[in-house]
Design a protein around this ligand. Structure first.
Ligand code: HEM
Length: 318
């Protein structure tokens, strides 16, 4: 089992290094290289947190952090842009990455975003779509024309772009719902596997700003707001697990599961303070632990190598 994603020693030997490098090169094509920054979700803010499981997941998984004991966690909120200088309002989707510390000294991560589905079904189509976006940028297409251009050639992107179009300017990183998108498998004490997805729900509820209000905000209003909020009170998120049924795709991040699937809350994450980003932090959604397995989703597997590639590049530049 893969355990620790937080040190360079655990970065996987890439089976797909060529394609991972191509993916990261394609991303860099969008706004250039910003030395020392992540190649996507470039700007973010980290918080210290504690995860308190409620014990309900224990019937379905042996994962140590989902039993009864609390674990320390690091949370990083981010805007999706490849450009760290872009104003918060201008990067539509936001991210929430959580790295849980495990009792054996390792760690495991969940990486979510504010849209429930992704725009590419395979690593190859990801690279093609990002390159198309780059070409369209050079041809000075506006965001709507660009989406039209992409969905005409890549029909798999439609659901994701519909979700992106519905996003409103967030009021706070603490008042957004985050979807971990990919399917994983819970493995119980008998070795039985169940397909699951994860979602973080804000205890404060979901709230957005009107476009007029959002336009009045400073470029980094979401980071400023979070720092102020945490000086007054902790920020809480509930972790929900959703169980897939026969026929629900586990290999396709562009497709959502039906809304009526069984869902249970399995714990709460309590964020207490903003911290400087820990050194060598890599939020790897493929870093699972015993009791959780990766599904057959090719994007989920590919993210390990692409994040490793980005990590190596930014680390060399620091
Ligand atoms: C082919 C698919 C994808 C590629 C190639 C890709 C690429 C990247 C890269 C290169 C980074 C920077 C990693 C680092 O330097 O640490 C990153 C970060 C991130 N990505 Fe993706 N990504 C993909 C899919 C997704 C999906 C499906 C989601 C939605 C959950 C997502 C959400 C995020 C978030 C939230 C971060 C910031 C993580 C952090 O705070 O450390 N990505 N992505």
């Amino acid at each position: 089992m893969m355990k620790d994603s937080s040190s360079t020693g655990s970065i996987p030997a890439a089976e797909n290094t060529g394609l991972a490098a191509q993916a990261v090169n394609a991303i860099e094509g969008l706004s250039g290289v910003h030395p020392g920054y992540r190649r996507a979700h470039a700007r973010g803010i980290c918080c210290r947190a504690v995860f308190r499981p409620n014990g309900l997941a224990a019937a379905f998984t042996t994962a140590a952090h989902l039993q009864e004991q609390e674990s320390a966690a690091v949370v990083r909120f981010s805007g999706s842009s490849t450009d760290p200088a872009l104003a918060d309002l201008l990067s539509p989707a936001k991210g929430m990455a959580v790295q849980f510390s495990l009792p054996d000294g390792g760690s495991t991560s969940l990486v979510g975003a504010t849209v429930p589905v992704f725009f590419a079904r395979t690593p190859e189509s990801f690279v093609d779509i990002v390159r198309t976006a780059h070409k369209a940028q050079e041809g000075n297409l506006g965001p709507l024309e660009l989406m039209k251009e992409i969905t005409t050639h890549f029909s798999e992107s439609k659901e994701s772009f519909l979700s992106l179009n519905k996003l409103k300017p967030p009021a706070s990183y603490a008042e957004l719902q985050y979807y971990c998108i990919h399917a994983y498998f819970f493995v119980d004490t008998e070795g039985r596997k169940r397909p699951v997805k994860f979602e973080w729900k804000p205890e404060a509820g979901v709230r957005s700003l009107s476009l007029a209000d959002a336009r009045q905000q400073p470029d980094r209003y979401l980071e400023d707001e979070l720092e102020l909020r945490l000086k007054d009170e902790p920020v809480i998120f509930q972790l929900d697990v959703i169980f897939g049924e026969d026929g629900d795709p586990t290999d396709d991040p562009t497709k959502a599961w039906p809304d009526d699937r069984r869902r249970i809350e399995i714990g709460r994450l309590c964020l207490t303070e903003v911290i400087t980003e820990p050194e060598e932090l890599l939020m790897d959604p493929g870093a699972v632990t015993e009791g959780i397995e990766l599904s057959d989703d090719p994007i989920l597997h590919f993210r390990r190598t692409a994040y490793g590639e980005s990590f190596h590049r930014r680390r060399k530049e620091q």
